[in-house]
Ligand binder design. Structure first.
Ligand code: AMP
Length: 191
């Protein structure tokens, strides 16, 4: 399975990504996690990404695309992967198309988690406290939501046109959402 999980910041993508990846025996690849790991290790990539992340802005496409290309070239992603937080721009969609085409495979589905805006703000505040994320201050949260609406939400229409979108209600208990996702994916893996 080659999957993408999308949704606004705080929709629960990371949590659900882990369950889906486990179920299908594929790696969950979170660009945000990779960037954060690089920031905390002080690598050149981390230094490059940090200033953008701290402002709630996207890291430039060239940097992000290269990082994802390297990651999905790794052995564990040979038979599939779940991308969490990528693609986020139209340029990234095109880049990913090229990467997948090159390997002779196809994208199977794009899971879109839908959630209520107020609920998200609450969740993000809670996560900021629990995980101590520098990029979850109220101003940065607002900025990240704006950037998502402007640059990433339009990608849903692109994938809808290709008939790949599985829209899942992201509200409710974590396990309820997981059950909804698995039910949606069952129809994809059968087809
Ligand atoms: P996330 O944990 O997915 O919300 O990502 C945290 C931050 O990492 C984002 O606010 C961006 O600054 C950066 N980031 C993650 N994925 C991407 C991407 N696909 N393109 C550009 N920047 C990204």
């Amino acid at each position: 399975m080659r999957l993408i999980i999308m949704g606004p910041p705080g929709a629960g993508k990371g949590t659900q990504a882990k369950f889906i990846a486990e179920r299908f025996g594929i790696p969950a690849i979170s660009t945000g996690d990779i960037f954060r790991a690089n920031v905390s290790q002080g690598t050149p990539l981390g230094v490059q990404a940090k200033s953008f992340m701290d402002q709630g802005l996207y890291v430039p496409d060239e940097v992000t695309n290269l990082m994802v290309r390297d990651r999905i070239d790794e052995k564990d992603a040979e038979h599939g992967f779940l991308l969490d937080g990528y693609p986020r721009t139209l340029a990234q969609v095109e880049e990913l198309d090229g990467m997948i085409k090159f390997t002779g495979h196809k994208l199977d589905a794009v899971i879109v988690l839908t959630v209520d805006q107020d609920e998200i703000v609450d969740r993000l505040h809670r996560r900021a406290v629990e995980e101590g994320r520098d990029d979850d201050t109220p101003d940065v949260i607002r900025k990240r939501q704006e950037v998502y609406l402007e640059q990433t939400e339009p990608l849903i229409a692109v994938y809808k046109e290709r008939g790949l979108v599985l829209e899942i209600d992201g509200l409710g208990e974590v396990t309820e959402v997981t059950v909804r996702i698995f039910a949606g994916l069952a129809s994809v893996s059968e087809s």
